[in-house]
Design a protein around this ligand. Structure first.
Ligand code: FAD
Length: 503
């Protein structure tokens, strides 16, 4: 039975399925930890944190919130930037309590992982590869994110151009709506609208408790390649030809970065080599007269362990590309190591303190038709000195995104993810979080004033006029209709600042 207990100063009354873990209990949690997120810029202290271990406990928690007029946010790993997984004065569901075990099911479409929504993608990867020799086709770059969290947004990485984002790689979902009812849904079930509503739904329509994720055979190894460009038009032309190829000339993974054309430690060309001890970056190869920014395409191909024709095949696949010769880097790594490639970066960031610094990140989808102008006016002017962290720029294909999902993307078939992954370390080391946020606003203002076809990814707006502009007239009407249908009291995910509880 779930019992609601009054808050105690500084500590959360932890409510679990059958017991209250009091202040003395070692599992009692610090409310402040659940009142902040990876962005580190918003504080929203909840009244209580609930750790549900079953779908029934999620259902009971939602009913409890409704009965007490409390807002409620599911929180996966809290990797949001602007407090989206918070519920100031309300209830937070710590979905990490709902993380196992993962099951295997045989569906008509093939093998499926049955994943509790609080599991991380790293947990899914290890389970799928180590126990079954299989893996989902679509990933994020960093895998310490919850399945429910990325499915509520999109989930993109270098596989998305080919397999679609993670939201397009789900066969079925179990969802608890804002009324406290639980549903099994899929694209062909009676509840298909709920299925599509929660995919990219920013936590507004229901809490995802389980996801059925299609699996495919996992490769042994990955050939991992980086090539460098000084000419953005050539970069774009090559990137778009790579994502438009057909088998057998298709890479498994296509991503890309923008680097400042200097030895800047946070965003300079020294970060491009995959193994700098074997082949460091030699700046004498950068053509004279290059601009302030260099571009790096990152590619990957799957292969077996002793595949000796592989290097020849890779060379053929790279032949038509116009990158700067001499600035190519490659490595041959186990598949799991490739997917977990950011673990080392995370360890270093934790060690040097930047993991816990504020992260004023900005993610934008920019249509191909505007990306050259974006480079000229934004990368090469506003961002010419970098952002104190990685800048991603790589193409995705709209046809891989189902329009029935809630997520908003630009109108053009090819659009780019531009991600400015900033870490704000206090001056004099770098600009403050406020200065970085001001630069983000300048970037978005430029996109707007130039009339670009763009959408914010992981959007953050403060009022309904901005949300309605984000979704467009038709999309906003559908979003509001779905909210009225699935969460009429508007209690879910208040940190997104889209609807007010009880409104
Ligand atoms: P949270 O921050 O906990 O929650 C995000 C939102 O989803 C909140 O509104 C919350 O209420 C809601 N929510 C959480 N769980 C559920 C659920 N089970 N049901 C319904 N709603 C729920 N994104 C990419 O696409 N590709 C990347 O490569 C990528 N890399 C990242 C790397 C880092 C270091 C970070 C910090 C973020 C990255 N992201 C990336 C962004 C990431 O996908 C989102 O921030 C995502 O929401 C994080 O998942 P989470 O579990 O931390 O979600």
């Amino acid at each position: 039975m779930i019992a609601y207990l009054e808050n105690q100063p500084g500590r959360s009354p932890l409510i679990t399925g059958d017991s209250y873990c009091g202040q003395e209990d070692s599992s009692a949690c610090d409310l402040e930890a659940f009142g902040s997120d990876f962005g580190g810029m918003v504080v929203s202290i909840p009244a209580a944190v609930i750790r549900p271990t079953t779908t029934d406990e999620v259902t009971a928690a939602v009913r409890l919130a409704r009965a007490n007029n409390l807002a409620l946010a599911a929180r996966g790993c809290g990797h949001s930037i602007h407090g989206q997984a918070g519920a100031a004065g309300g209830l937070v569901l710590d979905m990490r309590a709902l993380s196992g075990p993962i099951g295997l099911e045989q569906g008509p479409e093939g093998p499926l992982a049955v994943v509790p929504a609080g599991a991380t993608w790293e947990e899914v990867l290890r389970w799928a590869v180590e126990e079954h020799g299989m893996a989902p086709p679509s990933w994020t770059d960093y895998l310490g994110l919850s399945v429910g969290g990325t499915l509520s947004n999109g989930g993109v990485s270098g596989q998305a151009f080919r397999h679609g984002p993670q939201v397009a790689n789900v066969a079925r979902l179990e969802v608890v709506t804002g009324d406290g009812e639980s549903f099994l849904c899929s694209s062909v079930s009676d509840e298909a609208d709920l299925f599509f509503a929660v995919l990219g739904g920013l936590g507004q329509f229901g809490i995802i408790t389980r996801a059925w994720i299609p699996l495919q055979p996992a490769p042994d190894m990955v050939k991992w390649i980086r090539v460098v460009y000084n000419d953005f038009a050539r970069y774009v032309s090559d990137a778009e030809s790579l994502v438009s190829r057909t088998e057998p000339d298709l890479f498994e993974y296509v991503e890309g970065f923008a680097f400042v054309n200097s030895d800047d430690p946070n965003n300079g060309y020294g970060l491009i080599p995959l193994d700098p001890t074997r082949k460091p970056f030699d700046p004498t190869y950068v053509p004279l007269g290059s601009g302030p920014i260099l571009y790096c395409l990152e590619l990957a191909l799957h292969c077996g362990r002793g595949d000796d024709k592989f290097d020849q095949r890779t060379a053929e696949m790279l032949r038509s590309l116009g990158y700067v010769k001499g600035l190519e880097f490659s490595a041959h790594v186990p598949y799991v190591d490739f997917l977990l490639r950011l673990k080392q970066t995370e360890a270093e960031a934790r060690a040097n303190g930047s993991w816990h610094a504020p992260h004023p990140w900005l993610n934008i989808f920019v249509s191909s038709c505007d990306i050259i102008d974006f480079d000229r006016e934004i990368f090469c002017k506003i961002l010419r000195r970098g952002v104190g962290g990685p800048m991603l720029v790589y193409p995705l294909r709209r046809s891989k995104w189902d329009e029935r999902m809630s997520v908003a993307v630009p109108a053009g078939e090819i659009f780019y993810l531009v991600a400015l992954l900033r870490s704000a370390r206090p001056p004099p080391i770098g600009p403050s979080a406020e200065e970085m946020m001001a630069e983000n606003r300048a970037v978005v203002d430029r996109c707007r004033s130039a009339g670009y076809d763009f959408k914010l990814y992981l959007p953050h707006y403060r009022d309904q006029a901005q949300w309605s502009a984000h979704f467009g007239e038709k999309g906003w009407r559908r979003f509001v209709d779905r909210k009225n249908r699935y969460d009429p009291a508007a209690i879910l995910s208040p940190g997104q600042l889209i609807f007010s509880p009880g409104a």
